[in-house]
Design a protein around this ligand. Structure first.
Ligand SMILES: Cc1ncc(COP(=O)(O)O)c(C=O)c1O
Length: 418
């Protein structure tokens, strides 16, 4: 029922994914002689022409290091870089640009918090609480921290639809728990976690929360002040921006009190051999020459997404996921992994008796790019008792015709293995 209603809403808004796909040069190619159907967006999305052009323009016209120069190119580069910080602030509704730290991606953002906030606040006997559906990048940094400190890693369990069990979560909010770190959207299952509620519950116990938003920012409006999260981590390359750039959002009060993660140029205000004083936020956490062109490309991606409107994107992807879920349920021998009530843009599945690697290889011959494997979420695979899944993940440029192509591809795989 909601499938039809939402389809109408996206169409009514004039959303035309096929037309938007023309903005993305890499989508306009043949793979093994077939038109590319790119359904690996949770791994990385394609980049619109405006992002590619912004990066090229930087190197052709403004290429210079930032913050240190008085010459014109350096001033232009610095201005462009800092303007993107303001754009990110607006994009995620942060209270101040000082709360927006440029990092390499979600992985580095989480490691920064683990190594800076975590080392300061987590001691022997304490616990860090994550969930059963985390990406390895929101597991391993905490394991490293816990091992170093003699602390424990606790895990919020989930049900077999891939939904977190909040009553179990409540029990894990103990005085030992010093931080909760949880995905906003699961990359392996597509589950949208109730992070607002998760944060509220943690805060009732005085526990701060880091949200891994890597799979949320391309699909949902994120308002860090409304969520009241303490940290929010995401990557540019999954939201139509370049690789190598990402964001750590942190509440200013927390970031101010945290020690630097890395030392080097730009993160200091003065250095002598006896003592260094650190730069103010956000520069304290941006040691060395940053990925200037990456930041500028990210700015263009934010502009592109904002112009289309995340609400429109979300409605379109919701329609597409509903359509794909409906279509795949009509095929025999398919099990969808991740059937939560609230999902975003991910369709993970297994086919009876056929290894996902074979599925991915055959689909590739049809020009269809999907991801197969454990999706850097091995505990999720262990939970479902499977080695791997095939994952189709959607973006704003995907169409129902591409979902149809995927279904034809799956049928072909099944026929080949019959
Ligand atoms: C949920 C989630 N968190 C974190 C990451 C890590 O992102 P990156 O590799 O861009 O640092 C990913 C990447 O797939 C992810 O899906």
């Amino acid at each position: 029922m909601s499938i039809t209603a939402n389809r109408v809403s996206a169409v009514a808004a004039g959303f035309d994914a096929a037309r938007l796909s023309k903005d993305f040069p890499a989508l306009n190619q043949l793979v093994h002689g077939k038109p590319l159907v790119y359904l690996d967006n949770a791994a990385t999305s394609q980049k619109p022409r405006s992002v590619i052009d912004a990066i090229t323009r930087f190197y052709e016209e403004d290429c210079s290091n930032i913050h240190r120069g008085v010459h014109l190119l350096s001033e232009r580069a610095t201005e462009a870089y800092e303007e993107v910080r303001l754009a990110v602030q607006q994009f995620i509704h942060a209270a101040s640009p000082a709360e927006v730290i440029f990092v390499r991606g979600a992985t580095e953002a989480i490691n920064l918090v683990a190594q800076s906030y975590g080392r300061m606040h987590v001691q022997a006997g304490d616990a860090v609480l994550i969930s059963a559906m985390e990406h390895h990048s929101n597991i391993v940094p905490w394991q490293i921290l816990c091992e170093e400190k003699g602390a424990k890693l606790h895990v919020i369990p989930m049900n077999d639809r891939g939904e977190l069990l909040l009553e179990e979560y409540e029990k894990l909010l103990t005085p030992e728990t010093k931080l909760v770190a949880v995905a906003h959207v699961s990359n392996a299952l597509g589950t949208i976690n109730p992070v607002r509620q998760i944060i509220r519950m943690a805060h009732e116990h005085g526990i701060p929360v880091l949200v891994d938003g890597a799979q949320a920012v391309p699909h949902l409006q994120v308002d860090v002040q409304d969520l009241d999260c303490d940290f929010y981590a995401f990557s540019g390359h999954k939201m139509y921006g370049p690789t190598g750039i990402g964001i750590l959002y942190g509440k200013q009060r927390l970031l101010e009190a945290m020690p630097p993660y890395q030392g080097g140029g730009d993160m200091i205000s003065s250095v002598t051999f006896e003592k260094t004083t650190y730069n103010s936020l956000p520069h304290k956490f941006e040691a060395g020459t940053p990925d200037i062109s990456g930041v500028i490309g990210l700015g263009a991606a934010i502009e592109y997404l904002t112009r289309i409107g995340l609400d429109n994107v979300a409605a379109h992807e919701h329609d597409l996921l509903a359509y794909a879920t409906e279509r795949i349920s009509l095929l025999p021998g398919v099990r969808v992994i991740g059937t939560a009530q609230k999902k975003a843009a991910v369709l993970s599945f297994v086919l009876d008796g056929i290894h996902p690697h074979d599925i991915g290889t055959i689909l590739d011959q049809e020009g269809i790019a999907v991801r197969t494997g454990h999706h850097c979420a091995q505990p999720v695979m262990q939970f479902f008792g499977i080695p791997a899944t095939t994952r189709a993940s959607f973006a704003l440029y995907n169409t129902e015709a591409e979902v149809d192509a995927l279904m034809r591809g799956i049928t072909k795989v099944q026929e080949m293995f019959a």
